[in-house]
Write a protein that binds this ligand. Structure first.
Ligand code: CP
Ligand code: NVA
Length: 306
């Protein structure tokens, strides 16, 4: 890409809500297969580079399959198998990859690395998860919610568990899409205060409390995630999170038709019981599928000059 500045997809707070809605509309269009012939292979002749400094199943496969279905190609680097693992800087890697590739997706630990990549790349950079956020996941989650329940604006989503990277992106989504976000979590496991403040300043209702049953009361959706994220040391975390398990008793507090969501991978009988994740209110497989469609929306949006 030359000329105009690249359109990165870095976090849900870095975009206007109209852009996020446009990405969801594109995702739905690709899912329905309703795209015009000239939009069917917009990545023809283009290559997506993906850097994984942490493991992945869904993000890796959905981006690779999505890019290929759009006519593009992919190249995958892992931290240790590339010169990044031997100390080549992110900035230099960004400059070099920009000469070969048309887009870069990076899954890494420190969000500063994502920002460095975006500063030095001359092609769009996409956040495939950092210790602090997971915006691609929440695009797929909002898409999934709306497929089942209609517009998410004005609805109530209750998180029970760790106030982690996925919770942070849910909170940002609450501000962007206009729903109420309630986060039940233990002391010292609260979501990043800067994220909560940003969402509240944008007008979102964000409730943080210790009591999952109180927060799940009347919710349209209950969400959780692993108790031990990839960047965490798991020692002692299981005891802290036990009261936040999503089980039948917690789901009974939510609306009778409330959804259960989880970004996966899941740990049955830890953060969620088998009964709930394999039960009729769980939409976790739709969520996983929608990663594919949402990635297409993100890829095409990044490449479309507005
Ligand atoms: N939900 C998600 O990002 O899964 P992976 O870690 O498998 O990519
Ligand atoms: N919070 C989890 C999400 C995995 C997709 C982690 O960061 O490991």
């Amino acid at each position: 890409m030359t000329g105009s500045a690249p359109k990165h997809f870095l976090d849900l707070h870095t975009h206007g809500s109209a852009d996020l809605r446009a990405i969801l509309d594109l995702a739905a269009e690709y899912k329905r297969g309703a795209v015009m012939a000239e939009k069917r292979r917009p990545l023809e002749g283009r290559t997506l580079a993906m850097i994984f400094e942490k493991p992945s199943t869904r993000t890796r496969v959905s981006f690779e399959v999505g890019a290929k279905q759009l006519g593009g190609d992919v190249v995958i680097l892992d931290g240790n198998g590339s010169q990044l693992g031997r100390g080549e800087t992110i900035a230099d890697t960004a400059r070099v990859l920009s000469r070969y590739c048309d887009m870069i997706m990076i899954r890494t630990d420190d969000p500063a690395k994502l920002e460095e990549m975006a500063r030095h790349a001359t092609v769009p950079v996409i956040n495939g998860l950092t210790d602090d956020s997971h915006p691609c996941q929440i695009m797929a989650d909002v898409m999934t919610f709306e497929e089942h329940k209609g517009p998410i604006a004005g609805k109530v989503v209750c998180w029970s568990g760790d106030g982690n990277n996925v919770a942070a992106s849910w909170i940002e989504a609450a501000a962007q899409f206009g729903f109420e976000m309630r986060v039940a979590c233990p002391e010292n496991r609260e979501p990043d205060a800067r994220v909560v403040q940003w969402a509240r300043e944008k007008g979102a209702t964000v409730v943080i409390d210790r009591d999952p049953k109180k927060l799940a009361d009347g919710a349209d959706c209950v969400v959780t995630d692993t108790w031990v994220s990839m960047h965490e040391d798991g020692a002692n975390l299981h005891n802290i999170f036990r009261p936040y398990q999503v089980n039948g008793a917690l789901m009974a507090k939510a609306k009778a038709d409330a959804l259960f969501m989880h970004c996966l991978p899941a740990h049955r009988e830890e953060e969620v019981t088998t009964e709930v994740i394999d039960g009729p209110r769980s939409v976790v497989w739709d969520e996983a599928e929608n990663r594919l469609h949402a990635q297409k929306g993100i890829l095409v949006w990044c490449l479309t000059q507005s």
